[in-house]
Design a protein around this ligand. Sequence first.
Ligand code: FES
Length: 92
Amino acid sequence: MITVSVCVGSSCHIKGAPQVIEKLQQLIVDYDLWSQVELKGVFCMERCTEGVTIAIDGEVFSAVDACAAEELFRTGVLVPLGLGGSGDDELV
Ligand code: FES
């Protein structure tokens, strides 16, 4: 199980956390990974000035928008699960 945490604190919310969550949910659905990926909201990760903050299995990333979230999903979720991540993958 890979855990993807998205900060839902007020600063990250204002800066676009809902759009990041929506993108991550879409990717999990597209790849049918609900049994392998836990997506959860967490409160302030103390990087409020750095943009939307997420963590993948404890590794923290800041200034994440929907596009960056997709790339982080590829490198932090798809590749570890053996699903490639080259950007040309076919959806399962
Ligand atoms: S509100 Fe997200 S890091 Fe503080």
